[in-house]
Design a protein around this ligand. Structure first.
Ligand code: PLP
Length: 406
């Protein structure tokens, strides 16, 4: 190990533990990433020193909490290069951000006979809200097909647009296969057809820089816990021109401007979409996770993850009876694979007992698994804090599974 990597690993208290008497090798980063001590400490410090409700208090601690909460919003806006922090709405995460758009945009702009496009690569979070909206509005859900290698069929997308298409929702990076989708091309095609685009960025923010203005997306949904921040917080970037036209998603305190029994006027952006007491501590934690990532720098993250992906692909594909699912030309550091005649749950349990944490199952992408003709995969998703030595241990444990079953 090099010293920088040692130093980075020591920032993550959870990585120091053992699992079944062996050093933990954590390869479930696409499900959730681990948290550096500075994120944990920031949350702890907030509750010890500044816990207070935001926006409505004149007292000192309330003002501290408000400054920290709004400071986190400003950090997110600049991390995504949004044109203003009014375009950043805090949510519980990606799922809530997508539900917000499906519900509010859907309420205003989707009517009977209209069409919504998603892709065959989506997580359930970017299928079910649109599907249920389509049921409610008697609209039609269209699906961009996927090739066997995990790449979207972009030519087929061309023929899905028509005058009834109202929105296209697609993931930036596939959690199940690691495919990095050609989102700029998709956005350009959609905009040529007058269709706004929501990117599910749950996997998008941890692997490299995201510039929403340069990409041109209309909405970008994300979760802090997948980018080294806490669970229970995330957000939605939305272009102001859309957010201004969309009705509130939930009603209550904070999101109002004036309430009488006869009527209510709503607050300005972004508060119009943030009803109730927000998750201040975790928003602060998200801001600190951004500081942490920026401290490490994207060059290191990308170089390390590209090395682990190349090394892991070579080693795993060399094991007889193992097949990698998802071989797109552009991939993030996620390797999904199946083993001949061995169920992924059996394999995952044995691998776990060797101190290696992988994900098994359908990864909340049942339609994709159906399309690929499999029930699920074993998925190893790498972070910049993982090492080649840990991948060697994964390979050893997969070989051990084969030996046990042979
Ligand atoms: N979309 C993708 C691509 C994901 O990987 C996930 C989580 O795995 C989600 C959406 C849902 O994220 P969350 O559960 O944080 O809302």
């Amino acid at each position: 190990m090099n010293t920088l990597l040692d130093k980075i690993r020591s920032d993550f208290p959870i990585l120091q533990q053992e699992s079944f008497g062996k050093p933990l090798a954590y390869f479930d980063n696409a499900a959730t990433t681990q948290k550096p001590a500075m994120v944990i400490d920031a949350i702890d410090q907030y509750y010890r020193e500044a816990n207070s409700n935001v926006h409505r208090g004149v007292h000192r601690m309330s003002q501290m909490a408000t400054r920290a909460y709004e400071g986190a919003r400003t950090k997110v806006a600049s991390f995504l290069n949004a044109s203003s922090s009014a375009e950043i709405i805090f949510t519980r995460g990606t799922t809530e951000a997508i539900n917000l758009v499906a519900s509010s945009f859907g309420e205003a702009f989707i009517h009977e006979g209209d069409e919504v496009i998603v892709s065959a690569l989506e997580h359930h979070s970017n299928i079910v809200p649109w599907q249920q909206l389509c049921f409610k509005k008697k609209a039609v859900l269209r699906v961009i097909p996927v090739f066997d290698n995990g790449e979207l069929d972009i030519d087929a997308l061309k023929s899905l647009f028509n005058s009834k298409t109202r929105i296209l929702a697609v993931n930036h990076i596939s959690n199940a296969l690691g495919t990095i989708n050609p989102v700029r091309e998709i956005i350009r095609m959609a905009h040529e057809n007058g269709v706004p685009v929501l990117l599910d960025g749950a996997q998008g923010l941890s692997h490299g820089p995201v510039d929403v203005q340069e990409m041109g997306c209309d909405f970008y949904a994300f979760s802090a816990h997948k980018m080294y921040g806490p669970m229970g917080i995330g957000g939605l970037y939305g272009k102001k021109e859309w957010l201004d036209k969309m009705p509130p998603y939930q009603y209550g305190g904070e999101m109002i401007s004036k309430v009488t029994f006869e009527n209510t006027t709503f607050n300005e952006l972004p508060y119009k979409f943030e009803a109730g007491t927000p998750n201040v501590a975790d928003a602060i934690g998200l801001g600190v996770a951004i500081d942490y990532l920026q401290g490490i720098g994207w060059d290191f993250v990308r170089q390390q993850e590209a090395d682990l992906l190349a090394y892991g692909t070579e080693k795993i594909s060399a094991i007889p009876g193992v097949r990698i699912i998802g071989t797109a030309a552009q991939k993030a550091s996620i390797i999904s694979f199946v083993m001949d005649k061995i169920h992924f749950y059996d394999a995952g349990s044995i691998i776990d007992q060797m101190g290696v944490a992988v994900r098994t199952g359908n990864h909340c992408t049942q339609p994709l698994m159906d399309r690929l003709g499999i029930l699920g995969t074993i998925r190893a998703s790498f972070s910049f804090y993982n090492t080649r030595e840990e991948i060697d241990r994964l390979v050893e444990s997969v070989v051990k599974v084969k030996e046990l079953f042979d």
